[in-house]
Design a protein around this ligand. Structure first.
Ligand code: GLU
Length: 314
């Protein structure tokens, strides 16, 4: 028997949804609904600094307005801290993690810049501190926690996967990111760890999200392997950009759902415009989400090496 597809929406409630978020949510929803699967909604409100309480409420309301329904949840990451700490302890017990005392300035000074996206590869500064050194430093500064990744000549640190949209993707962790954070120095669990624990515990086997997270996937797969979790299928969908090439963001107020809902009676126009970008409807056609289910297959995006879709105002 074929496994039921379990997908998820995993928004961070940092502001109102914009057209780009809606596009990714629509693809996640269609990926599940076209397969007769189940959708889980999880609010990623782990970082107390990064979210606004009313944003989560608006997110649920906007998804409902769009006709993008879900079957389970909402779960709130802010209420699931114990589960992440448990996973962190399991990693720590196997000595796969270590405390890192580097300040932001030290990280920038010591780390090798990663050419492709401006992030940094951790230089391993705190990797081999002695127990005395850790004790001495911990008296002055709360450490973050990093996960050791295998050296670049160890095959365990090379992660390859087949993305439903982007095709084969391969990454050597030691070269792309180095030992990465699983817990910040202020105690907040890192996104990479929380998302892996949640996807596994919620039975998610199809992760559909924006292309900006393609670079996180190897780290997440590595964590899944360490924790004994199954690897979901991945589909990283193109990001929407404005005609000048700028990525749409929560600052693009004309494409924010607050603005759109204030001038549109229903979601058909926006959904039509989004569906049109991947050839699911004719130009100018307005449509409801439910009407797209029959027309959708991953082929509309597959082999699409195009990372961006140009999108003008609705
Ligand atoms: N919460 C993340 C975001 O809103 C998405 C996480 C994920 O899909 O893995 O960008």
């Amino acid at each position: 028997m074929e496994k039921t597809v379990v997908g998820r929406f995993a928004p961070t409630p940092s502001g109102r949804m914009h057209a780009g978020n809606v596009f990714a949510a629509l693809m996640a929803w269609l990926g599940v609904r076209s397969a007769g699967g189940k959708l889980v909604l999880r609010i990623e409100d782990l970082d107390p600094r990064g979210h606004r309480p009313e944003a989560a409420r608006l997110l649920l309301d906007d998804l409902q307005w769009l006709g993008l329904d879900w079957d389970e949840g909402p779960y709130y990451q802010s209420q699931r801290g114990d589960l992440y700490v448990e996973a962190l302890h399991a990693l720590r017990e196997r000595e796969l993690t270590y405390p890192c005392f580097c300040t932001r300035a030290e990280l920038h000074a010591a780390s090798a810049p990663h050419a492709s996206d401006g992030t940094y590869v951790y230089a391993g500064t705190c990797r081999n501190l002695s127990a005395e050194e850790v004790e001495h430093r911990a008296a002055k500064r709360a450490p973050a926690t990093r996960l050791r990744v295998p050296t670049d000549d160890d095959p365990a640190g090379t992660i390859a996967f087949d993305d439903l949209v982007c095709g084969r993707h391969k990454e050597v962790l030691a070269r792309e990111c180095g030992d990465f954070l699983v817990r910040r120095s202020d105690g907040v669990i890192a996104y990479q760890l929380a998302v892996v624990v949640d996807d596994a515990l919620m039975g998610v086997n199809q992760v559909v999200r924006g292309n900006d997270l393609l670079g996180s996937t190897a780290r997440q797969i590595y964590l899944q392997r360490l924790l004994g979790y199954e690897q979901p299928a991945y589909a990283h969908v193109p990001l929407l950009v404005a005609p000048d090439g700028r990525r749409l963001s929560k600052r693009d107020l004309d494409l924010d759902l607050g603005q759109i809902r204030a001038r549109e009676t229903g979601p058909e126009r926006l959904l039509g415009r989004l569906a049109e970008t991947v050839g699911l409807v004719e130009q100018g056609e307005q449509i409801r989400a439910a009407e797209l289910v029959e027309r959708f297959s991953w082929d509309v995006l597959a082999g699409d090496s195009q990372r961006h879709i140009v999108f003008e105002s609705v």
